[in-house]
Ligand binder design. Structure first.
Ligand SMILES: Cc1cc2nc3c(=O)[nH]c(=O)nc-3n(C[C@H](O)[C@H](O)[C@H](O)COP(=O)(O)OP(=O)(O)OC[C@H]3O[C@@H](n4cnc5c(N)ncnc54)[C@H](O)[C@@H]3O)c2cc1C
Length: 300
C-alpha cells in the first residue's frame, strides 16, 4: 500500500476505502477487492486523477457495476465510483442535465415528472447515466444515442471537454469514451414534450415486461453477449442445448438464455469459464462467434 497516496486521497474525500470487495459494487455479486476505492463528488474527480498521475497509481471508473465482471484476484490501483455522490439531475425546458452517477431510473422519473418523452426505454436499465453513455445502452428499440445531446468528459490529462453527439461516436453498445480513457462527468439529454400519464404508463409496461422475461431474482449483468447481426444470442445459446448449463454456481438462466446468472456463490472464474464454454459451443453449433457485452475488469 502506498501510504502517502492514501493520506493525500483522504485529504480530498473521506469517502474512500482500501481492499474494498467489488462483489458489493457489481450486480453479478462476484469478484475480488479493489486496492483503493473512492466515491467522489463531481468536483473532486479532477483532483483524484491528478493524484493518480503524481503517484502513478492506475485507475478506472465504474458506475453502478451492472455491466461488469471483476476478476477474483481483484483490481490493482484505484476504482473511482461515479455513483450517488455525483448524481444531480436538473430539467430545463426539454433538456435534462444529469451528473454521471445519476441512475437511469431516477433520470427517467424526472423526465416523466416534467412531461418529457424519449427516455422510457431506459427506465428499467439498472445503471448510471454515465455508464449508459459509455455503453450506448439500449432497450425496446431505444438507445442513448437518440437522446444524448452532449457529454462533459475529463481527459486522462485532467482537462474538461464537451463532446457533442458526433464526437461521442456512438455505435452498437459502443462510444469513444473507453478508447480515449475519458471519464464522463455529466450529460445533457434532449427529450420531447409528451403526455405525463402516457409516459408513466409506458415505463410501467416496460418494467413489467422485464420482470416477466428476465431473471431479475438472480444477480447478473443483464445480457451477457452482444446481439450478433442477424441473430439473437439467447436463441443461439438455446439451440446449442445450453439452457440451464452450469459451471459451479454460474448458470445460463432457464428463464432467458441470454443471461448468465449467479445462483449464489459463483466466482468470477466460474462465470468467465461458463462464458468461454458457451462461446465455444455456440460457435461449433452455429458458426457464430458471440462477443461479450459485459466488460471484464481486474485480474482473473
Ligand atoms: C438486470 C439487468 C438488465 C440490463 N438491461 C440492459 C438493457 O436493457 N440494455 C442495456 O444496454 N444494458 C442493460 N444492462 C447492462 C447495464 O445496466 C448497462 O450497460 C448500463 O448502462 C451500465 O451502467 P453502469 O453504471 O452500471 O456501468 P458499469 O457497469 O459500472 O460500467 C460499464 C462500463 O462503463 C465504464 N464507465 C461507467 N461509468 C463511467 C463514467 N462515468 N465515465 C467513464 N466510464 C464509465 C466502466 O468502466 C465500464 O467499462 C442490464 C444489466 C442488468 C443487471
Amino acid at each position: 500500500m502506498n501510504e502517502s497516496f492514501w493520506e493525500d486521497l483522504q485529504k480530498i474525500t473521506k469517502n474512500c476505502f482500501v481492499q474494498e470487495k467489488m462483489s458489493g459494487h457489481t450486480t453479478f455479486r462476484a469478484g475480488g477487492a479493489a486496492e483503493y476505492y473512492v466515491r467522489p463528488r463531481r468536483a473532486q474527480v479532477a483532483g483524484i486523477l491528478s493524484l493518480c498521475r503524481e503517484y502513478t497509481i492506475p485507475w478506472l471508473v465504474i458506475g453502478n457495476g451492472s455491466n461488469l465482471l471483476v476478476g477474483d484476484k481483484g483490481i490493482k490501483g484505484l476504482v473511482i465510483e461515479l455513483g450517488k455522490e455525483a448524481a444531480g439531475i436538473r430539467a430545463e425546458g426539454s433538456i435534462i442535465k444529469a451528473e454521471a452517477g445519476a441512475m437511469l431510473s431516477s433520470v427517467a422519473r424526472v423526465a416523466a415528472d416534467h412531461g418529457l418523452t424519449g427516455m422510457e426505454f431506459a427506465s428499467g436499465i439498472p445503471g448510471t447515466i454515465g455508464g449508459a453513455v459509455v455503453m450506448n445502452a439500449g432497450a425496446y428499440g431505444g438507445e442513448m444515442k437518440r437522446i444524448v445531446k452532449k457529454a462533459t468528459v475529463l481527459t486522462p490529462e485532467g482537462e474538461e471537454k464537451e463532446l457533442d453527439l458526433e464526437e461521442l461516436q456512438f455505435g452498437y453498445r459502443h462510444s469513444c469514451i473507453p478508447e480515449n480513457g475519458y471519464i464522463v462527468l455529466d450529460t445533457e439529454l434532449k427529450l420531447e414534450p409528451g403526455d405525463a400519464e402516457q409516459i408513466q404508463e409506458q415505463m410501467a409496461k416496460l418494467r413489467s415486461q422485464r420482470c416477466k422475461k428476465q431473471p431479475l431474482e438472480y444477480p447478473s449483468a443483464g445480457s451477457t453477449f452482444k446481439r450478433p447481426e442477424g441473430y439473437f444470442a439467447g436463441k443461439l445459446i438455446q439451440d446449442a442445448g445450453l439452457k440451464g448449463f452450469r459451471v459451479g454456481d454460474a448458470q445460463i438462466s432457464e428463464k432467458h438464455s441470454g443471461f448468465v446468472i449467479n445462483r449464489g456463490n459463483a466466482t468470477a472464474a466460474e462465470i468467465a469459464e461458463l462464458i468461454r464454454q458457451v462461446q465455444d459451443k455456440v460457435e461449433r453449433n452455429s458458426g457464430v462467434k458471440l462477443e461479450t457485452e459485459v466488460r471484464f475488469l481486474g485480474e482473473f
